[in-house]
Ligand binder design. Sequence first.
Ligand SMILES: Cc1ncc(COP(=O)(O)O)c(C=O)c1O
Length: 479
Amino acid sequence: MRKSPLLNKITEYLQQNNLGFHTPGHQQGKGCSTIFKKTIAKNMLRTDLTEIPGLDNLKNPVGCIKESQDLAAELYRAKKTFFLVNGSTVGLQAAILAVNKPGEKIGISRQSHISVINGLVLSGGQPVVCPVAINYTWGIPLGTLPNEVSLFIEHNAEIKSLILTQPSYQGIGGNVFEINSIIAEKGITIISDEAHGAHLYFQNKLPLSAQQSKSDIVINSTHKTLGALTQASMLHVNRKALIKPVQRALDILQTTSPSYLLMASLDSVQDQMSREGEQLVQQTWELAEILRSHVRELKGYRILQDEIVEPWYKDPGKIVISAAELGLTGWDLARILQEKHKIIVEQSDYFYVLLLITVGHCKNDIVKVAEALKDICKYEGKKKLSVLNIPGKLYEEKPHLELTPRETFLKAKAEIPINESLGRIASEPLTIYPPGIPLLWPGEIINNQHLEYIQWARKSKLPIHGISAKGVISVIIEE
Ligand SMILES: Cc1ncc(COP(=O)(O)O)c(C=O)c1O
């Protein structure tokens, strides 16, 4: 008998009836627009179409796809918006290919997602790493404040473009308007990885929206926080001269068979957000605040957002909770939430769990998670968990790169046990996923701090990409 293991697992998952606080933002359809549910969701197989007459062509749009992209550009007040069918990953890589030449220096944040570093394999550029501030208690990167960006540019006058993650995975960042004006003043092209902030455009309370601040190129994972299907993202170009190079790069990188389901979901989001964007984001943030106020009343929990103060800003739709005072790691908390309460979080780490509140949530969902947390703080109480310095160390070091990502990609490689790798050059990125920020960059010399972190991560059973289950790692064969 033939087997379909993925289908079986999905069936099993659906039977469990879990409540998710993770991406995609539509939360099993609840946040999708009514018209999307009616037209697409109900007729999924009939609407899985291709470039038949009347349905336009993403590679050279002149009809309904062009119209939809134009409406999205109008909504986000961009010079041009492109629909992406391979997530922000392809948008970041196209943006890099469009602005960065082989050997040319490009600033990239220490908290860059792996897709950015992989983008440099394509462009051949030389990364210069922009450091980030770290909160060691929580073990998370916060981002880079305007004065630090200013210093970074001063010390690296030769960079022509800079990619920053705005905001971070946990929804934190400095004043993006100030940061971008410092960068623009120097004539540097700014690319904002706003994968986690497609919704931030629809509010005026926080200086956190890269698209509001008109970075030259902004990439949004519309699927993460809004109602698009997984993989469906948008790239906004805000400088006319960059439209053609970005378009050409996307032509190279995107499939010639883009999914109409994904594109239709982007069309539905542009329509939904143009009608009720502010209201939806406001409602989402109110729900998140209700949850935070419940959690504040419970003993044993801490909320990261309550500890973040200006000059940092925080996306209120993200809730990062620690139960360290109950003696629970974030992994324990995530496991109990799942096993006992059927609640699935976005991410967990040693000290915390991350929950996303999105357009797909309602008051009932908030009540359920609040009750679960109440139950856990009553029954699971143990002795306090100590703060560990090690998770924050992931973001501490500025990688010392011997080779660029492209040079590394092209070199001969060998597979060796991790405990023999000290001093060797890593050939592949090593990431904990999520959040997908490399611990080791391709082309970086492996040092003791990496090995210490890897040992800890393996002991803690973290999802490490770039090292085999048996502890084998790929390194460059040096001549
Ligand atoms: C900061 C950041 N940038 C880019 C990406 C890639 O986005 P996508 O999954 O839409 O390809 C991610 C994915 O998690 C991310 O966290």
